[in-house]
Design a protein around this ligand. Structure first.
Ligand SMILES: N[C@@H](CCC(=O)N[C@@H](CS)C(=O)NCC(=O)O)C(=O)O
Length: 307
């Protein structure tokens, strides 16, 4: 198998989810550190437009969105499945809620002055970030909660989490981890990354101990790789053979399509549809820098339209 190359940046919470999964599963990975703001030429050459971070590249196959990246990684490495029998629905549903509803509360909380920590001590960096994220927000369909609402949402969630962990279980659904643990972990990591609100965890010993257990997984660094070497890895590989199928009325395999997130960061990727079914969406693209690549997306949260 080709190497696992994560396109990410250190401050990115969704990247921290994947970095922790690499650690938990003992997977060797290569780290392609991208800028916190656009442009990201190598990553965009590979995805064809999708700009959210992280992206996992495996040779000439590119996996977008951590929901799909986690499913891909689950089949590799050591340890229990991220989707334990009997808890799949609960774990996936909690992970989706955390990655969306709790995420927007987390964004509100993280950018409070008392939670900023060392973020943006340089005004020029802050200005570049604000301009970049204004572009990113074009066409978004999300509602960012007020500070009061975000605090209430997080407080309620943390107190339910404390109760759930109160019987001494090591992970949210019992003796083994699930995808929900990694989603909750990266969100708490993000909220507390600036060092603020420490008392929120301090007052909840079970949640605090769980957080330290999860944080240990994140200490598993990747070997740096350059953008040039990542592009060479794509050019040197063949994209996976994909069984062609589509459950979209009027959009059969072979159609030129746009695939885009439905909520935010809605910049589409363009390519030829190979597959669209319950398990995901795959398009094939060609680019001078990458050769032929497959770009994979989850089905949930993405739209497919004719180009
Ligand atoms: N549902 C996506 C969310 C990804 C996401 O929102 N990533 C943030 C960074 S953590 C992002 O792309 N922000 C804009 C940017 O970095 O350009 C996933 O699970 O991968």
């Amino acid at each position: 198998m080709a190497e696992l190359i994560l396109h990410h940046y250190p401050e990115s919470p969704f990247s921290e989810k994947v970095r922790a999964i690499f650690g938990a599963k003992g997977l060797a990975w290569r780290s392609l550190q991208v800028s916190m703001v656009m442009p990201r030429p190598a990553t965009i050459a590979l995805t064809g437009g999708y700009r959210r971070i992280p992206v996992l590249q495996v040779g000439a196959d590119v996996y977008c969105d951590t929901a799909l990246i986690a499913e891909y990684l689950d089949g590799l490495g050591n340890g229990p499945s991220l989707y334990p029998a009997g808890h799949v629905l609960a774990a996936q549903t909690l992970a989706r809620w955390v990655d969306t509803e709790l995420f927007w509360a987390a964004v509100t909380l993280r950018f409070l002055p008392e939670n900023m920590g060392g973020f943006f001590t340089n005004p020029a960096t802050a200005q570049a970030f604000a301009e970049d994220r204004a572009n990113f927000a074009q066409g978004a369909q999300v509602r960012r909660p007020s500070v009061d609402e975000a605090r209430a949402r997080y407080a309620r969630f943390l107190s339910e989490m404390e109760t759930q962990l109160g019987d001494g279980r090591p992970y949210l659904f019992g003796a083994d981890w699930s995808i929900a643990d990694f989603s909750v972990y990266h969100m708490l990591w993000f909220i507390h990354a600036g060092g603020g609100m420490a008392e929120w965890l301090g007052a909840r010993p079970h949640a605090a101990a769980w957080m330290e257990r999860m944080r240990a997984f994140g200490q598993h660094p990747g070997q740096p790789v350059s953008a040039e070497d990542a592009l060479t890895a794509a050019r040197d590989a063949q994209p996976l053979a994909i069984e062609q199928t589509s459950d979209l009325p009027g959009i059969p395999p072979g159609t030129e399509v746009n695939v885009a997130p439905v909520d935010y960061g809605v910049m589409p990727s363009h390519g030829t549809l190979l597959r669209c079914d319950t398990d995901g969406i795959v398009i094939r693209r060609e680019h001078a820098l990458t050769g032929a690549v497959n770009v994979h997306f989850p089905r949930h949260g993405f739209s497919v339209t004719r180009y």
